[in-house]
Design a protein around this ligand. Structure first.
Ligand code: AMP
Ligand code: MG
Length: 350
């Protein structure tokens, strides 16, 4: 089976196709769709069989729970046993948007969807196509990123086709997504809210509204004895096919080091891939150089990160070197993904 691909835009929605996609989901099938963060692989969140199909299509371990997407605020109470005041406050500020909240689950949500946990991850996306699809599907759509497990998350429908075109029923192509990084995940099952995955909504933005918010220790420490609380964060993820190394430090030192690696590879008749920025792309004489965006516009870096990683899979490179992107607001989210893609290989130069 090859997935049917339907193109549309948020301004010109094909409601007939959305109704059809909704029916596929209600009947237990799988539909990939755009959201403002990345493309999601949707299945009916209340149907255990549909969740099992999602794990199988992605090759995802079934202890790695799925995020349930809703499109109406008042549906939250149907799946969350309890909604703390602080969670309500965050929802008021950031929903619909790139925020996922972990709350105690109601029995209506099957253990298959939550990887056997008593809690459920919920998000109300702002993408209009996603919202219409969720409503057409009955209100609750489980949707992890629509990539094969371990690969970079998809930011275009072509990426979904590449990974899952033969494994799912339909792909809604809504063009390139806006943000390009997955949602910020905040856990409300403990006294103090905890960020389990950094995203477009930064720790500072959360603290401004909630006061005390912690980062999960498993995110900050690379010690393998410290387990991240979100089961998915322990897995190697986002990896391009060639080995990726991050080089961090002053710009001049980073350029020197990466250029040295590029020259060494050239001597041996090979080519490295280089992830640069608009500001530095012209300063690498050898290798295949791709600009990820501008340091003057950190959103452009988040927007292109997964796309650039995927592009290198189509280039003949022996290794990839990337600059580091500790940008002010979403640097934490960008570096979290990049470090995972690099298997935490990072060189500091001065
Ligand atoms: P993805 O579906 O690819 O966006 O990844 C979802 C992330 O949310 C994974 O890292 C999951 O482990 C995490 N997650 C989902 N549900 C829960 C939950 N109930 N408790 C903790 N983490 C969760
Ligand atoms: Mg994912």
């Amino acid at each position: 089976m090859r997935a049917e691909v339907v193109k549309m835009s948020a301004d010109h929605m094909d409601m007939e196709a959305i109704e059809k996609a909704g029916r596929i989901l209600k009947e237990g099938g799988l539909v990939a769709f755009p959201t403002e963060t990345v493309y999601g692989l949707g299945g009916n969140a209340l149907d255990p069989q549909a969740s099992m199909k999602i794990y199988a299509a992605k090759g995802r371990p079934s202890d790695n729970p799925l995020i349930v997407h809703i499109a109406e605020m008042d549906r939250l109470a149907d799946i969350a046993e309890q909604i703390p005041e602080k969670a309500r406050l965050l929802a008021e500020h950031f929903w619909p948007g790139p925020l996922t909240m972990i709350l105690p689950k109601k029995d209506a949500v099957p253990g298959e969807t939550t990887g056997g946990l008593d809690s459920v991850a919920v998000r109300f996306p702002s993408d209009k196509i996603a919202q219409e699809l969720i409503k057409a599907a009955g209100g609750f759509v489980a949707a992890p990123s629509a990539n094969t497990s371990g690969r970079p998350s998809p930011t275009k429908a072509e990426h979904v086709e590449e990974d899952l075109g033969d494994a799912i029923d339909m792909i809604i192509d809504g063009g390139q997504v806006g943000i390009g990084l997955e949602s910020t995940i905040v856990d409300f099952t403990e006294e103090v809210p905890v960020v389990l995955r950094p995203g477009y909504i930064s720790l500072e933005m959360l603290q401004e509204i909630l006061g005390e918010v912690r980062m999960d220790k498993g995110l900050l420490i690379t010690d393998s004895n410290v387990r991240p609380k979100a089961p998915g964060m322990k897995y190697r993820h986002y990896a391009p096919k060639a080995d990726l190394t991050i080089v961090e430090g002053e710009e001049a030192a980073v350029l020197r080091e990466i250029n040295r690696f590029a020259a060494e590879a050239k001597e041996l008749g090979m080519q490295v891939g280089i992830i640069a920025t608009d500001e530095t792309a012209g300063k690498y004489p050898a290798g295949i150089v791709k600009s990820i965006g501008s340091r003057e516009d950190e959103d452009s870096i988040g927007h292109h990160l997964f796309e650039v990683l995927r592009e290198f899979d189509h280039c003949n490179v022996c290794a990839i070197y990337s600059e580091a992107f500790y940008t002010p607001r979403i640097g934490q989210a960008i570096m979290n993904r990049l470090l995972k893609a690099a298997g935490h290989k990072i060189i500091s130069v001065s």
